[in-house]
Write a protein that binds this ligand. Structure first.
Ligand SMILES: C[S@@+](CC[C@H](N)C(=O)[O-])C[C@H]1O[C@@H](n2cnc3c(N)ncnc32)[C@H](O)[C@@H]1O
Length: 311
């Protein structure tokens, strides 16, 4: 929530747009039109953002004699550069979408959800409908969600193009199932995303892309979706494949922060959907149950992986 507040206030842009010079609290407050009565509160917010790695700070001594005092100055980091509004790969829309009130409210129903078994998700206890029902009915939430996903797709698309270029090479057509605004398909394979219900029909193509789709669904639903995908693409020897971009839960020994973020995303899926994050064994079972023979996991995107699946 503090990060959402920082994005809403425009703190990353204000710190970055200081001509490469560190910015003091007073300068920051001025740039952001924050009244002087809130400067100490701004200092507390910045202290957390520095601790979390979004900025660095340094203290310099100003004044002379009895008027000497320490002034704290703030500098950007690579993390804050990912939040700049005008940056090609800004994930600010993703931060705003994921921390929207509509996503925040169901967390208060998680305890209640554990004690009963009738309502599928805490999201439905809070909103009386599932996530996709609410996105259909609430245009501003839907816009924010789609913009958030598009910003993530833009970042991931660039990474995939750099580190997994072979995944898309040679494909004449790719269907981006549940592709939202279609950012990933447009950028990585010059193909359109597809609308329509993926449980009903997926158009034919050399490959089907499922980015952040399967983690939204139960194992049974994933097997249904994967079977529909199988109907849509040719076998491996004819160049067909399914490309999944999703989390493969890592072992306990992995980097602490990455593991922690994967665990948070797993609980997020529990709160807002009937899905989950899966480890390799669980992915393997889905692929086998849906009739696939082979898969390859490319752990190239940090938290997430690219999985190519063939039959
Ligand atoms: C987590 S978002 C991922 C969007 C996009 N693939 C991305 O990663 O940027 C899940 C998407 O699945 C779509 N979706 C939900 N139910 C669907 C269905 N039955 N058929 C097709 N798409 C669906 C949603 O509208 C949403 O755009």
């Amino acid at each position: 929530m503090s990060l959402k507040c920082a994005v809403e206030l425009g703190i990353p842009d204000a710190v970055h747009s200081n001509g490469g010079k560190p910015v003091s609290l007073c300068e920051l407050a001025n740039k952001l039109s924050i009244p002087s009565t809130r400067i100490d509160d701004l200092r507390r917010l910045m202290r957390l953002l520095v601790h979390s790695g979004f900025f660095t700070s340094q203290k310099i001594e100003k004044g002379v004699g009895d008027g000497k005092r320490d002034v704290e100055l703030f500098l950007p980091t690579i993390n804050s550069s990912l939040l700049l509004k005008e940056n090609d790969v800004s994930v600010s829309p993703f931060v705003l979408a994921m921390l929207d009130r509509i996503f925040a409210l169901p967390w208060h129903s998680l305890g209640e959800w554990f004690r009963q078994s009738m309502v599928p998700t805490a999201f439905e206890i809070a909103h009386g409908d599932h996530l996709w029902g609410v996105t259909n009915k609430n245009a501003s939430f839907s816009d924010s969600f789609n913009e958030g996903m598009a910003s993530d797709a833009s970042l991931v698309g660039k990474l995939v193009a750099r580190v997994c270029a072979n995944t898309f090479s040679g494909l004449r057509s790719v269907v981006d199932v549940g592709g939202g605004t279609g950012t990933m398909a447009r950028n990585n394979c010059k193909s359109p995303s597809t609308g329509g219900d993926m449980f009903e029909y997926i158009p034919s193509a050399d490959a089907v892309l499922l980015k952040w789709i399967l983690h939204d669904w139960s194992d049974e639903d994933c097997v249904k979706i994967l079977k529909r995908c199988k109907d849509a693409v040719p076998p491996k020897e004819k160049g067909g494949k399914i490309i999944i971009i999703d989390i493969v839960m890592s072992r306990e020994t992995e980097h602490f922060k990455s593991k922690e973020t994967q665990l948070f995303f797993d609980i997020l899926m529990m709160v807002v959907t009937s899905g989950k994050q899966r480890n390799e064994k669980e992915w393997n079972k889905l692929f086998t149950d849906a009739g696939y023979k082979e898969y390859k996991i490319l752990n190239a995107l940090g938290l997430r992986s690219v999985i190519e699946v063939y039959y």
